[in-house]
Design a protein around this ligand. Structure first.
Ligand code: NAD
Length: 308
């Protein structure tokens, strides 16, 4: 199968590319390297890489030739980035998605699997979160991801293209680097190994559902294979831990003990998060298989190679 991965040089995208290549697919990647790394794709010389922007109609149309499935991951990622740069966030996540959808329908693509986010829900009213939980995003990022979903699902109603939107909870794993907009696991991991100290925002009793990137890759591929299925689905581990517990697990994996300090809660952060994953389980057989303990051990081993 010939597939296009937008954002394929990023954290989740490069892990997806790895599996797609191992499964024998022909893989085209379109990425402008805004937050991705060309070297993430170095192990896969067979990948057709185009450096370009999903907002560029010509480049996207060129990348779409002969494609059966589009995995759309390219995005301006994260709450904080969207608060700092709301216009860029909307440009990429809304107009970029629309550009991909237009090119996909013109090229006769069978399916688009788009990366959405639990950020669309906003503060949670019930736990675990099912897909029919109210969607009241607290940030521009959550709002543009919701808009992205609605565009994909509208195209699936209007045209002969199937669309599955995967609402990831907190994803972690190899190739997830630390940056100013990073998620908590890379921030803790790099902070403990490099600085010997980390700051927990709030009291640390907030909870998150951490899902390993290998399980997210599995969700993407099973969603692509599920013929006749469109819709939006939660993708998490179906379990949650407090940030204090997470910090303890990571601290157990580093040689020298880390100082923990506490700071003010961050704007836009929800208090609790936990995915109900039964809909994805029933629709396309999603079944997370990597425990947080095993996943963190693998992640910390990868971080050590980066810091060498
Ligand atoms: N990491 C998480 O916990 C998480 C959670 C929920 C949703 N997501 C979603 O998963 C997807 C992948 O995220 P990630 O964590 O791998 O982040 P990432 O930043 O590593 O990947 C995003 C990729 O998109 C590329 N990109 C950005 N703007 C682009 C543009 N205009 N044109 C082409 N490429 C562009 C970046 O260079 C990068 O390679 C995103 O859609 C994100 O919103 C991630």
């Amino acid at each position: 199968m010939k597939v296009l991965v937008t954002g394929g040089a990023g954290f989740i995208g490069s892990n997806l590319v790895k599996q797609l290549i191992e499964d024998g697919n022909e893989v085209v990647v379109l990425d402008n390297l805004m937050s991705g790394y060309r070297e993430n794709l170095n192990p896969y010389p067979g990948v057709h890489f185009t450096e370009g922007d999903v907002r560029d109609e010509t480049i996207v149309a060129d990348a779409m030739h002969g494609i059966e499935v589009v995995f759309h991951l390219a995005a301006s990622v994260g709450n904080k980035r969207s608060i700092d740069y709301p216009l860029t966030d909307a440009g990429i996540n809304v107009m970029g998605t629309l550009t991909v959808l237009e090119a996909a329908r013109n090229a006769g693509v069978r399916k688009i699997v788009a990366s959405s986010s639990a950020g669309i829900f906003g503060e949670l009213k019930t736990l675990p979160i099912r897909e029919d939980h109210p969607v009241e995003p607290d940030t521009p990022y959550g709002s543009t991801k919701l808009c992205m979903e609605k565009l994909c699902l509208a195209y699936a109603k209007l045209y002969p293209i199937e669309a599955i939107c995967l609402r990831y909870f907190n994803v972690y794993g190899p190739n997830q680097r630390f940056d100013a907009y990073g998620n908590v696991i890379p921030i803790f991991a790099f902070g403990m190994l490099e600085k010997g100290s980390i700051t927990i925002f709030g009291d640390g009793e907030q909870t998150r559902d951490f899902v390993n990137v290998r399980d997210v890759v599995q969700a993407n591929i099973r969603a692509a294979m599920a013929k006749g299925v469109s819709g939006a689905f939660n993708i998490g581990s179906g379990t949650r831990v407090t940030i204090n517990h997470l910090a303890g697990l990571i601290r157990d994996l580093v040689p020298s003990k880390t100082a923990l300090t506490y700071g003010a809660p961050r704007p836009g952060d929800v208090r609790h998060s936990l995915a109900d994953i039964n809909a994805a389980r029933n629709a396309f057989g999603f079944e997370p298989s990597v425990s947080l303990e095993d996943g963190l051990e693998e992640y910390m081993a990868w971080v050590s190679t980066v810091l060498k």
